[in-house]
Design a protein around this ligand. Structure first.
Ligand SMILES: *[C@@H]1O[C@H](CO)[C@@H](O)[C@H](O)[C@H]1NC(C)=O
Ligand SMILES: *[C@@H]1O[C@H](CO)[C@@H](O)[C@H](O)[C@H]1NC(C)=O
Length: 504
């Protein structure tokens, strides 16, 4: 934010880039070692500008599994069996079956003890003399679970079994041959659901492991909300420590979340809903992010994003849905409940521990308010039919309830003034490197009055970027002369390629 007055910060980057750039060119063209380049930098105080604290931050979107299967440490994919949809039987992918049709019959039904995510898994064991090792189910996580020797993993699952049964829970290699941890849990027969908790200590390492639940006994067992988390997460808050340490190294001063288009949805019914992403994890319904085409159980929800901001020392920037998706919109005449929903979200973050929603936050373990000072009213929706009408409803209600909150418009004020009030305006660029280089003076011509620019998404993309190139990186860095964020979307994709050997 407030990028236009900042020049000093970039000098260092230019120096760094310039020397790297020269080195690369020199080695390619075989220039003589005696040739030198002279770069003069006038760093005199009269040319210096105050840099706002908030100049650099992170944009985090649930895209390419940046959250589910990414920074969020949950190892089980589709832990509540909801990803296949509410109609049963449903696809249980990526869960799969150990055994065959003669030994086991597995199907979803809607007998869960959780009212907002009713799908559960019913496992009927048919064999009297089951194969050695038993029959059951397994979950391969997100492209395999990275199970590490000596580390502790916390398994939580909900089970219902009318008869007494012994369940063996194991962490194994992807083919089941290598056993990294195993224990047997007795389940006493009951007509209700029981929450089971079990620590597993890994006796070996395999990066593509799976979680198995097996038994040898004929009968029926139901499962729901099966979670496996490493005991060691950042500050015990559920985030992967090694990825958070990389985010900390970026020294972000703001965190824009949870999107992006993830906030809008292709359709409103699939948009991120803060209210359904808070409270006990096992009660969250989860949702299918229809823009980026994958299910998330919303274990990384609104509360966790606020917690992440605090842990990173970054100001939270809550991008909320303003009643607009890619394909449908709420008429301004009917937007009132959406406005109330957002006011409730702000009370959840900022209200006292005895307020209606502040008490829910306190019950989750954070009695102190989270200092939300910025909100973005929608994402990339400026041209939409009801944007301005809806925007003003949100703007006026938030201004009245929280006069200090800075509001970010989706409409571009870089070349002409806005026709509506705003504290900042969002500015996104996705282009080729040549165009991004050519944009380096974009904000020189912008008005010094009125809302400030918040360049919250920018990247070189498509054929010019491929899977990452030096030219694309340079263009992004040069863009930083004017732009004010690190492009987390690309950084996350790099993590994926390096750590997971996977691109989506
Ligand atoms: C992990 O398991 C796979 C089989 O799924 C095996 O090929 C591989 O060697 C194992 N890795 C280690 C480090 O044991
Ligand atoms: C199930 O019922 C038993 C006995 O009535 C009770 O002790 C237990 O707390 C119940 N479990 C749950 C999850 O309600």
């Amino acid at each position: 934010m407030a990028s236009r007055e900042s020049f000093m910060s970039t000098i260092f980057f230019f120096l760094l880039l310039f020397s790297l750039g020269c080195k690369c060119i020199a080695s390619e063209l075989h220039l003589h070692a005696t040739q030198t380049a002279v770069l003069k930098v006038d760093a005199s105080p009269q040319l210096a500008r105050q840099i706002p604290d908030t100049l650099f931050g992170i944009f985090f979107e649930e895209i390419n599994h940046a959250g589910a299967g990414g920074i969020w440490a949950e190892l089980v994919s589709n832990r509540g069996f909801e990803a296949g949809g509410p109609h049963t039987p449903s696809n249980i992918d990526p869960w799969s079956i150990i055994g065959d049709d003669s030994s086991i019959f597995v199907a979803t039904d809607r007998t869960s003890c959780f009212s907002r995510n009713t799908v559960a898994l019913r496992m009927e064991v048919l064999c009297d003399n089951c194969p050695a090792g038993g029959v059951g189910i397994y979950n391969p996580g997100f492209w395999g679970m990275n199970i590490e020797d000596g580390k502790i993993y916390n398994l939580v699952m909900y089970v219902k079994s009318p008869e007494t049964v012994e369940l063996t829970v194991s962490l194994t290699s992807s083919d089941g041959s290598q056993n990294l941890a195993s224990t047997t849990i007795p389940v006493s027969g009951a007509s209700n659901w029981t929450k089971l908790e079990q620590k597993l200590v890994a006796q070996g390492t395999n990066r593509t492991s799976r979680l198995q639940i097996t038994t040898n006994k004929k009968g029926v067992v139901w499962f729901d909300q099966v979670s496996l988390m490493p005991a060691d997460t950042y500050k015990g808050h559920g985030f992967r420590t090694e990825l958070i340490s990389m985010m900390l190294d970026l020294k972000p001063r703001f965190l824009r979340f949870p999107g992006g288009c993830f906030v809008e949805g292709e359709w409103l019914r699939n948009a991120f809903r803060w209210r359904e992403s808070i409270g006990p994890w096992e009660e969250r319904p989860g949702h299918f992010g229809d823009v980026w085409h994958y299910w998330t159980d919303d274990g990384l929800g609104y509360y966790e994003f606020l917690q992440l901001s605090e842990d990173l020392g970054a100001a939270p920037i809550w991008v909320f849905n303003n009643g607009i998706s890619h394909n449908d919109e709420v008429d301004t005449a009917a937007i009132a409940p959406f406005v109330k929903d957002v006011l409730d979200s702000l009370e959840f973050a900022r209200g006292n521990a005895d307020s209606t929603w502040g008490s829910v936050r306190a019950a989750m373990g954070h009695p102190e308010p989270f200092p939300v000072k910025y909100v973005a009213i929608g994402n990339e929706d400026c041209g939409k039919k009801f944007y301005r009408g809806n925007y003003l409803k949100f703007y006026n209600a938030i201004r009245e309830a929280y006069p200090d909150i800075q509001m970010i418009s989706n409409c571009d004020a870089s070349s002409s003034p806005l026709d509506h009030p705003a504290d900042l305006y969002d500015f996104h660029v996705y282009t080729d490197s040549k165009t991004l280089f050519s944009m380096k003076n974009t904000f020189d011509r912008s008005s010094r009055n009125g809302p400030k620019a918040f360049v919250s998404e920018y990247a070189v993309w498509r054929s010019d970027a491929g899977r990452g190139s030096l030219l694309a990186s340079l263009a992004c860095f040069i863009g930083r002369r004017q732009l004010s964020l690190l492009d987390w979307r690309r950084i996350v994709m790099l993590f994926r390629w390096q750590v997971m050997h996977h691109s989506s």
